[in-house]
Design a protein around this ligand. Structure first.
Ligand SMILES: [Zn+2]
Length: 580
């Protein structure tokens, strides 16, 4: 059940500490692009656990009751609320009656900064609404639905337990990964108790690893013609269940971004697909929220890492209709300008095949234009283009960045510990917050640039306007009524995939002020012929108003007016116009 949080309730239950933060700002000068004296102070150089995320969304709803509501759209497996933030100016219309931009984050929980990017986007819309006319127009004419985290259980596990940069990627529903009848019985272990799952190394004559000559902390693989002196295990841990394997059954494992009901394939074809589409509480609640808001037409999912702006299809056999492909290209290229070091890519062709992915489901079943951004590019370290084959940057670069800009904060030095099965081993290596997430001084930039990509997408959502309604008396109480409807932006009111497959209903254009005898859509702007709608011409069905284009509708009506028209598009919003 949807539990809508009403703002005055939040006001009543808001702890006093929230208000204590509204102290006057220190004297000085506002930096460009920042809100002036924000009502909700948030530090954007750190990462928030689910309690922190919950506080931020509730403070935003309390501070901006006219622009922002927060609701719980369901519970995660462990019972955490899945939040949905709705942002629009309610005085200019209901959220459901405006074109909507949907944003979500971190379906893979270890892709941590995705949550901050989505929260920053919500916060910036609210905090700059009154001072920035670009933002004001977005909030007045569009709706933003933001799900600031899709896997809260594993986010808290990542933050409050030992973890490495790559896990937990799965949610916390237990699964038997190795078929021994036990679930999650052999996860990684934090041998030195520092909260990090790093690497393990053992000095071994004839091993395949050696110490890097450039940085004594870094282990590198030996070349084919080299004999090394170490073995390296990528993950700290021991054989918890005595089956001879180390770390073979940890959190999960399933992949929530392979659990969506489009081209879903079983686990043996698509690793991590789980039992059947939407069998997970989180994917089910989020898909129901999206499906319940057919006004969503723009979509954005935030992941990490590698600096990618991904568009579908996820699988080679899936089709992106050509007009939709052009829209992806238009926005994707814009994204490359806004996000230095990011590449615009097609998932199956330039990355790998995805079956049962969220974005493909959004496009093919909901008629939404979705992007997936893989946040954090190694370009950010030294402003150098990463190697095409190594989007994550190489180890040498990461260690150099740590040494010269983070002064050693990102790497755990090697430390000897007793391993229950292997004897003396050393543990050390990158911390969980390194290699996929920005350090503090680059986090705000990552939030801001990716938010700008969302803003330009939202700006390009359809924006309808009735240019004119013209009438011509025909005698005998009959009038010809003609109206021109303009879409001022580049995304049509229904994508090509939507029109082709009848995903949502057509746009409705209704004549008011007389009874339509006949009516239809004009064949061209300068040609008076029209395609007649034989049934119920009073409410014409327009397949789509294309981007930056007009549609002319015409009627012969009984009556002499005054006439007006109502345009009602599920994804393009509602507008009206009257004859003058
Ligand atoms: Zn991901």
């Amino acid at each position: 059940m949807i539990n809508r949080i009403i703002c005055y309730l939040i006001f009543v239950f808001t702890p006093l500490s929230v208000f204590a933060q509204s102290a006057p700002p220190l004297s000085g000068l506002k930096a460009l692009g920042a809100p002036n004296n924000p009502k909700v102070e948030v530090a954007w150089n750190r990462y928030y656990d689910w309690k922190g995320v919950t506080e931020i969304v509730q403070r935003m709803a309390a501070a901006y009751p006219n622009l922002c509501t927060v609701e719980s759209i369901g519970k995660s497996f462990e019972g955490r609320d899945l939040w949905a933030i709705t942002i629009t100016n309610r005085e200019t219309g209901k959220d459901t009656e405006k074109p909507a931009m949907y944003v979500d984050a971190a379906i893979h929980a270890n892709e941590i900064q995705a949550v901050e990017v989505s929260l920053y986007t919500a916060w910036y819309l609210l905090e700059t609404y009154t001072t920035n006319s670009f933002v004001k127009e977005l909030v007045d004419t569009r709706t933003f639905y933001i799900i600031p985290g899709e896997s809260p259980d594993s986010r808290d596990k990542f933050m409050h337990s030992a973890a490495n940069p790559h896990a937990p990627r799965s949610g916390q529903v237990p699964r038997d990964d190795d078929g021994d009848g036990l679930m999650n019985e052999d996860a990684a272990d934090d041998l030195n108790g520092d909260g990090q799952i790093t690497q393990m190394r053992i000095k071994t004559d004839g091993g395949r690893w050696k110490i890097s000559p450039d940085d004594s902390r870094l282990m590198i693989r030996c070349k084919q013609d080299e004999v090394g002196d170490y073995e390296v295990f990528q993950s700290e841990g021991f054989d918890n269940d005595g089956d001879g394997l180390i770390n073979e059954d940890g959190d999960g494992y399933y992949d929530p971004n392979r659990n969506w009901a489009w081209n879903w394939q079983p686990h043996y074809k698509q690793f991590g697909a789980d039992y059947y589409p939407f069998c997970l509480p989180e994917t089910r609640a989020i898909s129901q929220f999206i499906a319940a808001h057919p006004n969503i037409i723009g979509g954005q999912s935030f992941h990490n890492a590698g600096g990618m702006i991904l568009r579908g299809p996820g699988a080679k056999e899936d089709v992106i209709e050509s007009n939709d492909g052009e829209l992806f290209d238009l926005l994707g290229k814009k994204g490359e300008e806004l996000l230095p070091g990011y590449r615009f890519m097609i998932t199956w062709k330039d990355l790998y095949s995805v079956f049962g992915g969220e974005n493909d489901w959004m496009y093919a079943t909901q008629g939404i234009l979705p992007f997936t951004n893989e946040l954090w590019t190694p370009f950010n370290m030294f402003r150098q283009k990463p190697d095409k084959d190594n989007l994550f940057g190489d180890d040498e670069q990461q260690y150099l960045f740590d040494k010269t800009l983070l002064f050693g904060d990102a790497i755990v030095p090697w430390q000897e510990v007793d391993h229950p099965q292997l004897g003396k081993v050393e543990v050390g290596g990158v911390k969980k917050t390194f290699t996929r997430m920005p350090p503090s001084f680059l986090l705000e930039e990552e939030c801001h640039r990716n938010m700008a990509f969302v803003f330009w997408h939202a700006y390009n959502l359809p924006k309808l306007k009735v240019l004119d309604v013209k009438t011509k008396p025909l005698g005998s109480d009959l009038t010809e009524v003609t109206a021109t409807i303009l879409n001022e932006r580049s995304i049509p009111t229904r994508l090509a995939v939507d029109v082709k497959n009848n995903i949502t209903r057509p746009d409705w254009v209704t004549l008011k002020g007389g009874t339509a005898i006949t009516g239809g859509i004009r064949n061209s702007r300068y040609d008076k012929t029209f395609t007649e709608q034989k049934s119920r011409p009073q409410r014409l069905e327009v397949p789509s108003v294309q981007g930056s284009s007009t549609v002319i509708v015409t009627w012969i009506a009984k009556g002499t007016g005054p006439f007006s028209i109502d345009v009602d598009s599920q994804k393009g919003g509602k507008v009206s116009g009257a004859a003058r």
